[in-house]
Design a protein around this ligand. Structure first.
Ligand code: IDP
Ligand code: MG
Length: 137
């Protein structure tokens, strides 16, 4: 497996419930290193650009409102097969369908407020890392 980087976001429901440390521990315990991180409150413009691929979906307005509703911890995770490994650690989008022990199974509230984001492909990871960490090479 190749060394990769992926973008993670701990979403507002999880920061509000003080799950940041517990969620970061899942990444580190699985062998992923946190190589950059920042706690921010997104603007509607940032959230809309980040989720631009979903703008035709019926829940887009709700998704943007949710993503700006509180602090988010945006980080870059690095390690072997980081993109797929992070998606496995996260579990399914709908926490009711997420495997036991996954982050969404343990910490998500609902399909909308589902605790974490993770890039779903190398192309998405590159785009998302550039969007939030433009200063990094
Ligand atoms: P993913 O985060 O597992 O990659 P996507 O399908 O890319 O899932 O959806 C992006 C985000 O949009 C989800 O993480 C969730 O916050 C929200 N979302 C997805 N499906 C629904 C839905 O049916 N209702 C409300 N929000 C949704
Ligand atoms: Mg997605």
């Amino acid at each position: 497996m190749t060394q990769e980087r992926t973008l993670s976001i701990i979403k507002p429901d999880a920061t509000a419930r003080n799950f940041v440390g517990k969620i970061l521990a899942h990444f580190e315990n699985a062998g992923l290193s946190i190589v950059a991180a920042k706690m921010v409150t997104l603007t509607p413009e940032q959230a809309g650009e980040f989720y631009a691929q979903h703008k035709e979906r019926p829940f887009f307005g709700e998704l943007v409102d949710y993503m700006v509703s509180g602090r988010v911890l945006i980080s870059i995770l690095e390690g072997n097969d980081a993109i797929n490994l992070n998606r496995t650690l996260m579990g399914a989008t709908d926490p009711k369908k997420a495997d036991p022990g996954t982050i969404r199974n343990l910490y998500a509230e609902s399909i909308a407020a589902n605790a974490v984001h993770g890039s779903d492909s190398p192309e998405a990871a590159a785009r998302e890392i550039k969007l939030f960490f433009p200063e990094l090479k």
